[in-house]
Design a protein around this ligand. Sequence first.
Ligand SMILES: [Zn+2]
Length: 269
Amino acid sequence: MPELPEVETTFRAIEKFKGKTLLKIKINNRNLRWKVDKSIEIKAKNQKILDIKRRAKYIIIELKNAYLLMHLGMSGNLRIAKKNDNYFLKHDHIEFVFEKERIIYNDPRRFGSLHITKDIENHILIRNLGPEPLSRSFNSNYLFNLCFESKTNIKTLLMNQKNVVGIGNIYASETLFLAKIHPLKEANKINIDDCKLIVNSAKKVLKAAIKLGGTTLKDFYSADGNPGYFKIKLNVYGREDLKCNKCNSKIKKVNVNNRATFYCLICQS
Ligand SMILES: [Zn+2]
């Protein structure tokens, strides 16, 4: 699944379309997580792109009178094609047509989405999102207040998008390894120093992945046609029974809320 670093990489790859005129949107197949509103084709015709942003795992394209709100779901990806390149792939759901190029939205598993809205801040998918993990709003005091009132474990708390966005399953495991905190530790037993470590670790892990152009989970291709890579060294995620890079003991795997969770019994407490 594209996680925040892949979405950031995708966003950066299409950022160059800012200021260009979107001639039209062509919907080949509107069956995504929610059926794509057909009126998008009319509403987005000949519209200058005023801005392109990322918020959580959404890509937001600002037009004059509306915003396009896109999510890549489990397997969605964007690629950029020359206008005359008519190479069509199965699952090419939507095409954004510009003068010289097209942005193509491909989604084999159809869990992604595209909406159009006039009020982005109050859109149901946006309005309850927590702060961005790389912003100053996500700091140790903020996390400590959340932990203090929490009745859940730290991993579940970190993955709740109302608390902080963009810390998915892989990054939650990796963050807690770096912070030396057991993923099942009750959040209300975590002190301010631990919160500092967790916040710094999350930022470090996400920045490293973004720097390397996103992670390489199957199905993801960055917009310039290269596969998204997860070259960042994973310390725990997907490493069940392998040796911990720090202490040589075996990495454990448990399920937390039906999500595979990896940790080192010795390093994390
Ligand atoms: Zn260890």
